[in-house]
Design a protein around this ligand. Sequence first.
Ligand SMILES: [Zn+2]
Ligand SMILES: [Zn+2]
Length: 434
Amino acid sequence: MIEKIKKLASDLENKTINYRKDLHRFPEPRWREFRTASIAIKKMQELGYTITMGSDALSKEYMMSVPDESTLKNAQINAVNHGADKELVDKMTGGFTAFWADMKFSDDNIFLALRFDMDSNIVTESSDEAHIPFKEGYSSCNKNAMHACGHDGHVSIGLTVAEIIANIKDNLKGSIRFIFQPAEEGSCGALPMVYAGACNNITHILGLHIGFQAENSNTLVCGTDGFLASTKLNVSFTGKPSHAGAYPEDGNNALLAACNACLNMYAISRNSKGPTRINVGVLNSGDARNIIPANAHLELETRGLTTELNEYMESHVKRIVEASALMHDCTFNIEKHGSSMSGFSNKEMVDIIKESVKHIDEYTNIIENKSFGAGEDFTCMLYAVQQNGGIGSYIQAGIDKYAPHHNDKFNFNNESLRPAVLACAITAYNILKK
Ligand SMILES: [Zn+2]
Ligand SMILES: [Zn+2]
């Protein structure tokens, strides 16, 4: 059967690469994955999977950082103009772009979930002649959006694994679920899916990222620990505008409050219990050079090796914001826009993966376990499954990278997709085989 799976992956390789090129052309950031989801849903339906989508796949109450109505509407129109199914896109109105697709093989209690994220980054793609997607004509058509993390690859891998599984279904038992998640960037997509039931009754869960600590095409990491817990926060300061020459003393300077907050956030003490991070990625303030700035807006994130370390960072940020507002007689508001927790892979699952990937010739460097060094809200799903007595792991599948993740020149060799497909498909087979 392993040989059959390998042959299927080879036969489907061109299709996998074509999915990737197509998805790369039309990247969609968080809660706007209308075209991506519509294409994936249609494909999964054709393969015989049962779809759960729209408001059935997301708990609205837990959806954070959803764009305003007109942004969503424009993204829906754009998606349909670029070939998305209008009826499906209509069902996703409001940003309900998540779905999962199930196939049942037998009444056995074993239920494997594979999770793939679909969203792009908010980056403008490079138009450097050396950037292969640009040179070959499949770089982003969507303004200020780019697949700079490789999630276009993830969806392509997911659809191909689903096709292989549908082809070998008579040899399998239990059930399988393909979870297609929106809004991973910003860590806001997994939690509302968990609350909608994405992980109910799941006994095994597998997540995957291409690249990261698997630094070349020959490397595969079977299990990942060291996910950084993370919180995404938007902070606003409100002061009072005034004439900067005539009555500066009448103004309350929100820009200074924001700057003070920003510098002091970077001065939060390191913690002896483990690594922490902070990044203020956006600071907007002011209206004109001769007016005391009355508004400031910051977008930032905290991270920590454990959930506790991240909470340490978050609580200091809140205190610094409060104190900075007080210093400059401003008011403040803090909004949470996403969060993820730390997590670990189960040894039992890592062993199954290790056994499975040794059949894949490309992976000459198989690593049992490695830290992720970044956040991933897959941990919300992993935790949900583990809390119910299930097991899970997160694979890092090697690619040859042309630039770091999230860079405007990020790209990878399309030939690395087939081995990643095999890693998922053979692992799924080994878990579900009769
Ligand atoms: Zn990313
Ligand atoms: Zn990513």
